[in-house]
Design a protein around this ligand. Structure first.
Ligand SMILES: Cc1ncc(COP(=O)(O)O)c(C=O)c1O
Length: 414
């Protein structure tokens, strides 16, 4: 039995994880071209336009519009599909606040569906159980590069005549039964923030096949101004909309990043799938499940522990892995989104309980602990390790070795 590094043994990880340059493609060239245009405005320059065109083509969608962030893309999509004060939007309890912010800024009410214990995506049965006469939309989060159950979710949406917005911020080149996520619902949203598969510093994208939604999204992200030809005077404002425009510099970097997105996702897919192959037979461990027929681009990899079988708690397992030289942490976020003070205190806006007490809503809603028991359990008993396109075969093998070593140690202690 190998001695754990935590108790003075050799570390499983013998070299630092490999790194690489993220911005050494055409970024500089396109940035220079953008500056030479003498305009950085998306409607006058060519970079954001080209980015939209290429992104739409990559997704096989008709229309694409760039925004200043993923949060902005989701808010824009919700605004475009008509989410407004008093509506409910069903979404995931394990996600980034960027999924939730747009719902609250529309003065709508987030309603949380529980998740699957092994894919960590929204459970269609739970979604359906949360539908009410107030439900306007489902905001599907494809967590960590892994697709949600889109057949079931689209069938529910159709049956109840509700809109579907897909949050693909963590899920580039993610296929559900051979079809890219972001192309199932009314609008698909992506993020180009620093930590995503591709980065333009910040930025977001919305894709749709519906021209009317495209037009609404364009207006929503641009102060409700109309710039499309034949769009009227353009400045007769009938409802409030923010400025979420992408600028030409962001577009230039985004365009260059798009040229490598397939490679990045292929590397990550291979890494994550091999990790699963290697750990799936270890007693007491459950790999990050990708359903048959789907693919994941693993924004992160999160496996679960059966603490009783292994005879160790998740925090100790994390400590042991860290000591082996594998950086990791428990859960993705520490808590479900609804466990934040914002929801406990209903304090989205300082000094008020809006939108939760809106007369347009007219219902009581609470967010107690235990609301989504599977999600809470997942965050207590899962370990997230990072995946990166630059990681080497040695990184993979040493990571696998570390996980096996820690698991086997605790299994042998029972
Ligand atoms: C699932 C999810 N949705 C939305 C967002 C928001 O994206 P951005 O940070 O670009 O606003 C993120 C980013 O962390 C995310 O992971």
């Amino acid at each position: 039995m190998e001695q754990l590094a935590m108790f003075g043994g050799e570390k499983a990880k013998t070299v630092p994880y490999s790194t690489g340059k993220r911005f050494d493609g055409n970024e500089l060239k396109y940035l220079q071209e953008a500056l030479e245009q003498n305009t950085l405005f998306y409607w006058s320059g060519s970079k954001v336009k080209e980015m939209n065109k290429k992104f739409a083509a990559m997704c096989g969608m008709e229309y694409c519009m760039a925004t200043s962030s993923g949060t902005a893309a989701i808010h824009t999509a919700l605004g475009a599909v008509g989410v407004t004060e008093g509506d409910e939007v069903i979404t995931a309890p394990v996600t980034d606040m960027g999924s939730i912010i747009g719902i609250l800024y529309q003065n709508a009410i987030p309603v949380f569906a529980d998740i699957d214990p092994h894919t960590y995506n929204m459970d269609p049965k739970s979604i359906e159980s949360k539908i009410s006469d107030k439900t306007k939309a489902i905001l599907v989060v494809h967590l960590a590069g892994n697709p949600a159950d889109m057949d079931e979710i689209m069938a529910i949406a159709k049956k109840h005549n509700i809109k579907v917005v897909e949050d693909c911020a963590q899920s580039y080149m993610t296929y559900y039964k051979g079809q890219l996520v972001g192309t199932f619902g009314d609008i698909g949203c992506f993020s180009l923030n620093e930590f995503k598969h591709i980065s333009a510093g910040d930025g977001g994208m919305c894709v749709t096949n519906d021209f009317a939604l495209y037009e609404k999204a364009l207006r929503f992200a641009d102060k409700n101004y109309t710039r499309l030809e034949g769009g009227g005077t353009g400045r007769n404002i009938s409802y409030i909309a923010p400025n979420y425009r992408m600028n030409e510099l962001t577009g230039a970097v985004g365009l260059a990043q798009l040229e490598r997105v397939e490679w990045i996702c292929a590397q990550r897919r291979a890494y994550g799938d091999k990790l699963t192959e290697a750990i799936k037979n270890i007693k007491g461990l459950y790999p990050h499940e990708v359903r048959e027929g789907n693919t994941s681009s693993y924004w992160f990899y999160m496996f679960r522990l059966d603490e009783d079988v292994l005879g160790v708690d998740t925090d100790t397992f994390v400590q042991a892995l860290n000591a082996e030289g594998v950086p990791c942490g428990r859960g993705y976020t520490a808590h479900c989104v609804y466990e934040y003070d914002l929801f406990k205190n209903k304090s989205a806006y300082p000094g008020t309980h809006a939108p939760f007490d809106s007369p347009y809503y007219g219902k009581e809603i609470d967010y107690p602990s235990g609301l989504c028991p599977v999600a809470e359990e997942v965050l207590q008993t899962s370990i997230r390790i990072s995946v990166n396109e630059f990681y080497s075969e040695q990184d993979l093998q040493e990571t696998i070795h570390a996980i096996e070593k820690v698991a086997n140690y605790y299994l042998s202690q029972k």
